[in-house]
Design a protein around this ligand. Structure first.
Ligand SMILES: C[S@@+](CC[C@H](N)C(=O)[O-])C[C@H]1O[C@@H](n2cnc3c(N)ncnc32)[C@H](O)[C@@H]1O
Length: 322
């Protein structure tokens, strides 16, 4: 199999998430992709087992082929990571959980689902057929105000209203069904100086649609919550994010869960015991090296944050009723 995706921050991920014991540890690779990070771990740590998850069954099969040499050490599941972790009931608790968010180069280059604005493919963008609606269905049906809101909120697109207006103007003439159709409409609606910037004018809107279609920002906090619950004591969770919307969620979540006191503010004295259950190991995010940023440009926006579990969290209900 030709691997299309170059794993990001491999050295840093291995350094922060290396298992402590030679045998008996389990990594949940929550965003398996083509299996690059999993392969690094499996090669370096021969006693480690891996559960690999991906919402996309097509890429999962590519990882299955790549990881076949590791036999029974690897178990793969097609699942949304938040749903899998919510239902995780295996006796074996993971000691490591890795999230490498977003999509893979495979999706841009070979999925045929319209993730890239430079290719004339159906505008789908679903990682899994279980996602509620395709990008084309959203573009065809959403009111102008909702289109603008999505481009602004999920793409931080400053010309969101202008693009929404252009889309609504065009879709009454004929359906917008391919990625290129949409990219051309956005291009035509862009101010001249925006067309010649560092990014294609459709970059942010395409990111926004992908985030929306796959409910990325709703799934992430749920998955982090469940990962913290199922993680073994002493275990670590690493998250690589690629844009500020994701990173903000991770940073805020890690900050909140690692607070010593989790009592509701209205309680006059602390009833939770005031002992931190998690420790943030990366006070500042870790960035790729200059060398990696140069050799693998998609890594440039990556940042890694890591947390360690010190003790079982106390449920909020226990605190309120304590
Ligand atoms: C950046 S790629 C992972 C690359 C991989 N770490 C490697 O080194 O080859 C992210 C993967 O996560 C998957 N993904 C994104 N959101 C997901 C979710 N909510 N649940 C499960 N998989 C998801 C995507 O389909 C994609 O294959």
């Amino acid at each position: 199999m030709d691997v299309l995706h170059t794993s990001v921050m491999g050295d840093e991920v291995l350094r922060y998430l290396a298992p402590e014991n030679e045998q008996g540890e389990l990594l949940i690779d929550a965003t398996l992709g083509e299996g690059g990070h999993s392969e690094l771990f499996l090669k370096q740590h021969p006693g480690l087992g891996v559960i690999g998850l991906d919402a996309d069954g097509v890429i999962l099969e590519r990882a299955r082929e790549r990881l076949a040499p590791f036999g029974g050490r690897v178990k793969l599941e097609q699942a949304w990571f938040d749903e899998y972790l919510a239902n995780y009931s295996e006796d074996e608790r993971p000691t490591r959980v890795l999230f490498d968010l977003g999509i893979s180069i495979f999706h841009y280059r070979a999925s045929g689902r319209g993730f890239s604005f430079s290719v004339d493919e159906p505008l789908d963008m679903r990682l899994s057929p279980s996602a509620e609606m395709s990008a084309a269905e959203f573009i065809a049906s959403a009111p102008e105000s909702r289109l603008a809101e999505v481009f602004f909120l999920y793409g931080e697109e400053r010309f969101s209203r202008r693009f929404a207006r252009a889309i609504v103007g065009r879709r009454v003439e004929r359906p917008i069904s391919t990625a290129k159709d949409l990219a051309d409409i956005i291009w035509s609606a862009s101010p001249a100086q925006y067309r010649h910037g560092r990014l294609h004018p459709a970059t942010r809107s395409f990111q926004a649609l992908r985030i929306l279609v796959n409910s990325e920002l709703e799934r992430l906090p749920k998955a982090l919550q469940h990962a913290c619950r199922v993680l073994a004591i002493g275990g670590r969770i690493g998250v690589i994010s690629f844009h500020s919307l994701e990173d903000r969620i991770v940073k805020h979540f890690f900050r909140e869960i690692s607070k010593a006191c989790i009592c509701p503010p209205e309680l006059p004295i602390c009833k939770c015991g005031g002992t931190a259950r998690f420790e943030v190991l990366t006070k500042k995010p870790v960035y790729p090296s200059d060398e990696e940023s140069r050799d693998n440009p998609p890594s440039r926006s990556a940042r890694l944050r890591v947390i360690r579990k010190l003790a079982e969290p106390i449920g909020q209900a226990e605190v309120t009723s304590a």
